[in-house]
Design a protein around this ligand. Structure first.
Ligand code: LMR
Length: 394
């Protein structure tokens, strides 16, 4: 049977990890996969996470199954973190999932089981895994205009014009903050207009928020999503603790369902449990236990917020340092977009040739399409990166 399987193309993000590891150069720079690194190039375990793990180890008394919904205290704590100040809280249910990719897939399966003719609209460009996840669930996928390649910012007029055409069979997938891959976020006015359009035309908003706290801070980054959820009758959300808790390999995420009534939301969650039972069964416990411990402990919560703010400040500081360096080297403002972008990524618009040259000549690894993970850069590498960009003709 296996002779029929041709070697698949590697995942464009994940395959870069191996290529980078195998590169013998000591001054190589990895700006590929979206992981935060400190100025020593390490993805640290956050202090709040280590402290929570110690507590858990001391308290844990069983490894028995937790159940299909996962850790209910985690579900509740995460729901409060995302939607705490909104009127939607009382009509929302949350399901722990294996990372946000698990949430995306589980929600896609729910849509396919409930409204199989739905079309999911993703931004152009969007997170590299959005399309395959939706397609594998059997859904149709279309794109709405998003990034203006000239300004590297969102073309909101074009985006809203397309969204205005969506109707009751459409699902609008939005990035809650820190757009992946572009770093360009939509304004609060655009969120407001999307709310009005959803109410008028009946499409379902689907918000994927994987970088809360890494743009302008925890509260600020959730504002657009909260503005929307307060106004629409139904909405779905996927969220991740990979980045803001640094729990990448623990696969910790959640899916949220906001409905007209808590009864409807609860039924939808039960349906998702039925669907997950047919695939991964139930989510892993450890990461969710860490998050629940941190969020429910005043001291750990404060420590985590402080660490997250520091990470955020480091990334924003690097963005400004890059802009300053580029201004000096290029005598122009054409790289100012780095400081206008939010979160870990910036989409640079570099051509495939430029990306290949950066890799071969400088050992600088960037995802195809030109996405740069600013959160992977060291301060000491800012000048090298800027010089290499100018060298390849960016
Ligand atoms: C990324 O975009 O680099 C991350 O979200 C990692 C992933 O799973 O693709």
């Amino acid at each position: 049977m296996f002779e029929q399987i041709a070697a698949p193309k590697g995942d464009p993000i994940l395959s870069l990890i191996t290529e980078y590891r195998n590169d013998p150069r000591s001054d190589k720079i990895d700006l590929g996969i979206g992981v935060y690194r400190n100025d020593e190039g390490i993805t640290p375990i956050m202090k709040a996470v280590s402290a929570a793990e110690k507590l858990l180890l001391a308290q844990e008394s069983t490894k028995a199954y937790q159940g299909l919904t996962g850790d209910e205290l985690f579900n509740e704590a995460l729901q409060n973190l995302l939607l705490g100040t909104t009127s939607a809280l009382g009509r929302t249910t949350t399901l722990q999932t294996p990372g946000a990719s698990g949430a995306l897939r589980n929600l896609a399966d729910l849509i396919a089981a409930t409204k199989p003719d739905s079309t999911v609209w993703i931004s152009n460009p969007s997170y590299i895994n959005h399309r395959p996840i939706m397609l594998r669930a059997g859904l149709k996928v279309e794109e709405y205009p998003y990034l203006d390649p000239k300004t590297k910012l969102v073309n909101e007029a074009a985006m809203l014009a397309k969204i205005a055409e969506l109707g009751a069979d459409d699902i609008l997938l939005l990035h809650g903050c820190c757009h992946n891959p572009s770093g360009a976020d939509i304004s609060l006015e655009a969120w407001q207009q999307i709310a009005a359009l959803a109410n008028k035309n009946g499409f379902l908003p689907f918000v994927d928020i994987a970088y809360q706290g890494l743009g302008n801070g925890l509260e600020e980054d959730a504002k657009g999503m909260q503005l929307l959820v307060d106004q629409v009758p139904e909405m779905i959300i996927s969220t991740s603790c990979s980045k803001n808790f640094g729990l990448y390999r623990e696969r910790t995420g959640a899916a949220m369902i906001v409905s007209n009534s808590i009864e409807q939301a609860t039924n939808a969650r039960a349906k998702m449990c039925e669907l997950s039972r047919g695939s991964y069964s139930m989510p892993p416990a450890h990461g969710a236990a860490i998050v629940r411990t941190i969020l429910n402990d005043a001291e750990l919560n404060a420590l985590w917020r402080q660490e997250l703010d520091e990470m955020n400040q480091r990334v924003n500081g690097l963005r400004q340092a890059l802009v300053n360096e580029f201004q000096t080297l290029s005598q122009s403002d054409r790289f100012n977009y780095f400081a206008q972008h939010k979160g870990m990524f910036s989409l640079t618009g570099l051509s495939d040739d430029m990306i290949a040259q950066l890799k071969s000549e400088f050992g600088i690894y960037i995802v195809g399409g030109g996405r740069v993970n600013i959160a992977g850069l060291k301060e000491s590498e800012v000048t090298t990166l800027a010089q290499a960009f100018i060298h390849v003709g960016a």
